[in-house]
Design a protein around this ligand. Structure first.
Ligand code: SF4
Length: 467
C-alpha cells in the first residue's frame, strides 16, 4: 500500500468527524483574523450568545485598511477608523492577542503569522483571507475562509470542509539566475490554468523548491489560490526549522521538528495527480491580462487568439480589450506609471533586498510613482537597519508603513484612471488596485524594481545586481 502525503496525515490528525453533508469537521490549530472579515463574525457570535472557544489559538492584526503614509489615529477615513476600533474592542473583550499598529508587530496577516512563529509545520490554519495558503510554505495546511467560517472557528475552533485531492507539482532542476518563486508560480498558473487546481491541494516539491528560502516558498504557496487550489504546501525541512528557530511562539523547537517530521509526506506517498516542471527553462514572467494565468516570459510576444481553446477566447478578448494591448506586442514596449513593491506575496525582507539590489545607485524614471510597502513593522524595522529604506528613498521611491496598501487598495493607496502598475502583488483583476480602469502587471520584486528605473517593463537580468 502506498504511503501517505502530508495533507493526508495532517487531515487525519485534525479530523473530528465526518458530517452528514459528507464534509469533515476539522480542528483548526491556528486562527488568524484581521479587521475586514472579522467584525460580522463577532456580531454573529454575540447574536447567538456564543463566545470564542480558544482565544489563545486566535491572533489578530490590522492590514487591509491601514493607511501606509500616515498612521496617526484617528484615521482620516472614518470607516477605516471604525473597523480598527471594532477589532480593538473585539480582541480585548474576548482575550485575543492583537498585533495592532501601536504594538510594533503589525503587518499583513500572512507576514505576521510566520514571523512570530505562530505558523508551524503540521498545523491546520485558517484565516478570513484568500491568500492564507501562504502558511503552507511551512508544511501547514492553511485555508482561506469566508465570514461564516470565521464565525464557526471562533465559536468551536473547527470548521466543515471537504478534503481536497492532492496534486504534486514537481519542479526538477534549479531556477536560472534572476528567476525566482514569483516567476515559477506565474508559470505554473499559466500552464495549469486559473481553475486548474479546483478540488486540489498543491504539494510543491522537487530540487528547485527544496533550494528555495522560506520567503520564496511563501511566495510560491501564496498564489496557489490564483491557480484554483484551496491550499498549497511544501514539506518542512532544515530550511523550515532553521527559519522558525528562536521565533517568539516557537516554545519547543525539538517538539516542532518531531511533529513536522511525523507529518511529512512518505517517500512512497500517493498523489491523485502529478505535474512536472523544468525549472531551468523558466524566465522572468510578467502578466499581460486580467487574471494571473495570462502571463508571458518577459521577452515573449503576447499570444495570438488562435492559440487559445474556444472556452477561453471570450476572457482573452476581454483581457486585450481592457488592457489596451494586442497580440504580438512585447511587454517590454509597455510604459508603466506606478510601481508597487509589497503585499503578502512579495513584501518580506528578502523581497525588499532583491528589489534594492536593482535600485541601488539608480533613479526612478521621470513620471513614475514608486512605492515600497514593507509587509510588516518587523520587516520595515529590519530593512531600515540594513539601510534599504535609504536605498529606495534616494532612488525616488516612497518608503511607506506596513500594510496591504495597493494590493487591494482598501486604503488611500490607489491607481488613478488608466494607469499601468508594475506590481509584486498577486491579482491583476480589473479594478483590483483601486481604479475601475486601472491596469496591473504582476511580476517579481526585481522586475518591478527594474520597471521603476526604466519607466517600462524590462528584463531585470539586464540590469545586474541579480542573484
Ligand atoms: S496583501 Fe493583498 S492579498 Fe495579501 S492579505 Fe493584503 S489584500 Fe490580501
Amino acid at each position: 500500500m502506498a504511503g501517505k502525503n502530508l495533507l493526508d496525515k495532517v487531515w487525519a490528525r485534525h479530523k473530528v468527524r465526518t458530517l452528514d453533508s459528507g464534509q469533515d469537521q476539522l480542528f483548526i490549530g491556528l486562527h488568524l483574523i484581521h479587521e475586514v472579515t472579522s467584525p460580522q463574525a463577532f456580531g454573529m457570535l454575540r447574536e447567538k450568545g456564543l463566545t470564542v472557544r480558544y482565544p489563545h489559538r486566535t491572533f489578530a492584526t490590522a492590514d487591509h485598511i491601514v493607511p501606509t503614509d500616515n498612521q496617526k489615529r484617528p484615521y482620516q477615513d472614518s470607516l477605516a477608523e471604525a473597523m480598527i476600533l471594532a477589532l480593538e474592542k473585539n480582541t480585548a473583550e474576548y482575550g485575543i492577542t492583537y498585533f495592532g499598529p501601536e504594538s510594533g508587530g503589525q503587518g499583513v496577516v500572512h507576514v505576521v503569522g510566520p514571523e512570530k512563529g505562530l505558523t508551524q509545520p503540521g498545523m491546520t490554519i485558517a484565516c478570513g483571507d484568500s491568500h492564507t495558503a501562504t502558511h503552507g510554505a511551512f508544511g501547514a495546511i492553511a485555508f482561506g475562509v469566508g465570514t461564516s467560517q470565521v464565525r464557526d472557528i471562533l465559536a468551536t475552533q473547527t470548521m466543515a470542509i471537504a478534503k481536497p485531492k492532492v496534486r504534486r507539482i514537481l519542479v526538477n532542476g534549479r531556477l536560472p539566475e534572476g528567476v525566482g518563486a514569483k516567476d515559477l508560480i506565474l508559470a505554473i498558473i499559466r500552464k495549469l490554468g486559473v481553475n486548474g487546481g479546483l478540488g486540489y491541494a498543491y504539494e510543491y516539491a522537487g530540487e528547485a523548491v527544496r533550494a528555495m528560502s522560506m520567503e520564496q516558498r511563501m511566495t510560491l504557496c501564496n498564489m496557489s489560490i490564483e491557480g484554483g487550489a484551496r491550499v498549497g504546501y511544501v514539506q518542512p525541512d532544515e530550511t523550515t526549522y532553521a527559519w522558525l528557530a528562536g521565533r517568539p511562539y516557537v516554545v519547543d523547537e525539538k517538539a516542532m521538528r518531531a511533529f513536522g517530521e511525523q507529518m511529512s509526506s512518505d517517500e512512497d506517498a500517493h498523489y491523485d495527480d502529478q505535474v512536472v516542471f523544468d525549472a531551468a527553462s523558466l524566465k522572468p514572467m510578467v502578466s499581460w491580462g486580467i487574471n494571473p494565468g495570462q502571463v508571458v516570459a518577459v521577452d515573449e510576444p503576447l499570444p495570438s487568439l488562435e492559440g487559445f481553446p474556444p472556452e477561453e477566447l471570450e476572457s482573452v478578448k476581454r483581457a486585450y480589450d481592457y488592457m489596451g494591448f494586442s497580440p504580438g506586442e512585447l511587454m517590454t514596449d509597455k510604459k508603466i506609471d506606478v510601481v508597487f513593491i509589497g503585499s503578502c506575496t512579495n513584501g518580506r525582507l528578502e523581497d525588499l533586498r532583491e528589489a534594492a539590489r536593482i535600485v541601488r545607485g539608480r533613479r526612478v524614471a521621470d513620471g513614475v510613482r514608486a512605492l515600497v510597502v514593507p509587509g510588516s513593522q518587523e520587516v520595515a524595522g529590519a530593512a531600515e537597519k540594513e539601510g534599504l529604506n535609504r536605498v529606495f528613498s534616494e532612488a525616488g521611491f516612497q518608503w511607506r508603513c506596513a500594510g496591504c496598501s495597493m494590493c487591494l487598495a482598501m486604503n488611500p493607496d490607489k491607481l488613478e484612471g488608466r494607469q499601468i502598475s508594475a506590481s509584486t502583488s498577486n491579482r491583476n483583476f480589473m479594478g483590483r488596485q483601486g481604479s475601475p480602469s486601472g491596469r496591473t502587471l504582476l511580476m517579481s520584486p526585481s522586475m518591478a524594481a527594474a520597471a521603476a528605473i526604466a519607466g517600462r517593463v524590462t528584463d531585470a537580468r539586464a540590469m545586474g545586481g541579480i542573484k
